[in-house]
Design a protein. Structure first.
Length: 146
């Protein structure tokens, strides 16, 4: 079976953030890093070339495919920040609470387990912090070891 493409690297997240362009995205990335550290209590690691991840968990699908991934994190992409909220799908109650919070978040879009934000000025950072905390707590319930 093929290895997961997204794995922990030796790159220091601070060094990666220092290279983010444009400068406004880099500044947003520093704010996001502080927010994620505050919520998770974790020191981030780089997952692949561009994901700053906090914590980890091991997954195994019914197909037999398995691997490791960060419990939460973000990627300061050129177009939009990708914010990974895997806990949104851990249980129905968490999903509903996330949906309610997202109504108050501000300008954003969503994908499978991603929240996409162009710039932090477009959203309410207090609501984002609640979303990250909700997702983090749900992941810790679902995957207590890791």
């Amino acid at each position: 079976m093929a290895e997961a493409k997204t794995q922990i690297t030796d790159v220091d997240p601070a060094d990666f953030i220092a290279t983010v362009e444009p400068a406004a995205k880099r500044e947003d990335a520093m704010v996001l890093d502080a927010l994620f550290r505050r919520v998770t209590g974790e020191t981030p690691k780089m997952w692949g070339p561009s994901i700053i991840g906090y914590g980890s968990y091991h997954y195994k699908y019914d197909s037999g495919r398995e691997g490791d991934m960060c419990r939460t994190g973000f990627s300061p992409r050129k177009a939009k920040h990708s914010i990974y909220l895997m806990g949104r799908y851990c249980d129905e109650e968490t999903g509903l609470r996330c949906d309610e919070l997202m109504e108050r978040l501000g300008k954003h879009s969503t994908g499978a387990s991603c929240l996409y934000v162009n710039k932090l000025a477009d959203i309410d950072l207090d609501v984002l912090e609640q979303l990250v905390r909700l997702s983090w707590d749900a992941m810790n319930r679902r995957y207590p070891e890791g």
